[in-house]
Write a protein that binds this ligand. Structure first.
Ligand code: ADP
Length: 449
């Protein structure tokens, strides 16, 4: 046909991009170079620490034996006996209480208490005299110096035991076991919950190389090639890989998320115990979502747009009183009766609300949880694109992902938009990452010895 295209000149180099009048805006993004392959992971100045975990391999199915696992720092303290054979994992566990006086006592008291619980468990399970490698899920910030060497950086979650910060927790546990005359138990691995989550799904799915936590906090880990890990200072001939604990909850601590942070995010941060820190986590995780919703509703009330005539003494005005589980409950309402929403509003002591109020409350919840799901999807898509494998499974754990009615679907849709065309992925719920996963790390490390 030879259609004329009405383009009458080729660029002569004199034209500049400007958007004052054009429809296509050509915004400069201030990103001035593409990766040239020379960049390695290093954390000296980065907000996202990308710590190598010393976990060098995923389960390959040949793991076999009997292991102990300890889970400290989640909701409960547990001791577990884990038997592994042919990818089958059999678990028996017991939950123990850690009394307040021990949580606030000395390190010696804490580790003696833990060793004592291990001793009781061994007796109950008839394991006296057996050789028992132990995987320890210790969910507090640590500087890991080896698979079984981790120094506590600081206590969190209500623990404050004297004389532990800066110390190697494996050494402290071994000393306590010695004091109590418990032999045969050897701590062979310390892991965090993200690594445990990854391991527990990877045991049955070879395509799983990413672990994600959406619980009290938000964090992810993934398997990286050692050549890319600038922080790796150990010798290692094989395998040439290591799980990286991204600690990505700190994304945004340098201000790079400021363009999407709202006044509610800023207020939540100001009144948090760690202002300026864990900025992305504060926009995503279960510890904060409810509070962001509460702050938004409070503003709508103050503007006269919600709960007209409500008692200003009610709990909506008290920090921390709008739990993240409320967000899940409210979003589970699917009809005009708003049964869950009304129950939550009743619990908060809000009276005389209207159906429009319920609609607004639910709408606010959907916006805030969708933002959280999209931000975690952006992080995951980055890892999926980096690993660049045809099919990938992501292991996920945490009550927010587990119980929120839309989180899984929102994430699948958003990740699909953000990954390179052709890359396929699935999100798989992990079961007992902090118990089973820790034992699997112990099993893999004994296999590699
Ligand atoms: P942890 O991360 O401490 O090991 P969880 O995975 O249970 O434990 O996460 C606890 C977090 O999940 C809390 O911050 C809580 O607000 C949130 N949470 C608990 N139940 C729900 C729910 N039904 N929907 C959404 N979030 C929830």
């Amino acid at each position: 046909k030879i259609f004329p295209m009405f383009v009458r000149a080729l660029p002569d180099g004199s034209g500049k991009i400007s958007n004052y009048s054009s429809d296509i805006k050509m915004f400069p993004m201030f990103v001035r170079a593409l990766p040239d392959g020379s960049s390695k992971i290093s954390n000296y100045s980065a907000d996202i620490k990308l710590f190598p975990t010393f976990v060098l391999a995923l389960p390959d199915g040949s793991e076999k034996g009997q292991f102990l696992a300890l889970d400290l720092g989640g909701t409960n303290f547990r001791v577990l006996r884990v038997r592994i054979e042919d990818r089958e994992v059999d678990i028996e566990s017991k939950t123990f209480l850690i009394p307040q006086r021990i949580m606030l006592g000395t390190g010696t008291q804490l580790f003696d208490h833990i060793a004592n619980c291990i001793g009781k468990f061994i007796t109950e399970q008839n394991l006296q005299g057996e050789k028992l490698p132990l995987g320890f899920t210790f969910s507090f910030p640590c500087k890991q110096e080896g698979l079984a060497k981790a120094r506590l950086s600081k206590w969190t979650k209500g623990f404050r035991c004297e004389g532990v910060v800066g110390e190697d927790i494996c050494f402290l546990l071994h000393e306590a076991l010695k004091r109590l005359g418990i032999t045969g138990v050897e701590v062979v691995a310390v892991v965090n919950d993200a690594v445990g989550t990854l391991m527990s799904v990877a045991n049955n799915d070879r395509r799983c190389e990413i672990g994600l936590i959406l619980g009290t906090g938000c964090n992810a880990c993934y398997m990286e090639t050692l050549d890319n890990v600038g922080l790796w200072e150990e010798d290692c001939d094989f395998p040439q890989q290591v799980i990286i604990n991204t600690e990505w909850g700190a994304f945004g601590d340098n201000g790079c998320l400021d363009f999407i942070r709202t006044e509610y995010d800023r207020e939540l941060d100001t009144y948090s115990i760690n202002p300026g820190k864990q900025i992305m986590e504060k926009m995503i995780s279960g510890m904060y979502l409810g509070e962001i919703v509460r702050l938004t509703l409070e503003r709508l009330y103050n503007e006269g747009l919600l709960f007209n005539g409500m008692d200003p003494e009610c709990e909506l005005f008290v920090r921390g009183k709008f739990y993240t589980k409320y967000v899940s409950e409210i979003e589970s309402d699917h009809d005009e009766f708003f049964r869950n929403t009304k129950q939550v509003l009743d619990e908060l002591g809000i009276e005389n609300y209207t159906t429009d109020d319920c609609k607004i409350v639910k709408y606010v919840c959907t916006l805030i949880s969708a933002r959280a799901a999209f931000l975690s999807s952006a992080g995951l898509a980055t890892l999926i694109n980096r690993l660049n494998k045809d099919h990938m499974t992501i292991a996920v754990d945490g009550s927010l992902y587990r119980f929120h009615p839309r989180f899984h679907n929102l994430m699948c849709l958003k990740i699909q938009e953000l990954v390179k065309p052709g890359l396929k992925f699935k999100l798989e719920l992990s079961h007992d990452g902090s118990g089973k996963g820790a034992a699997l790390v112990a099993a893999v490390s004994t296999r590699l010895l």
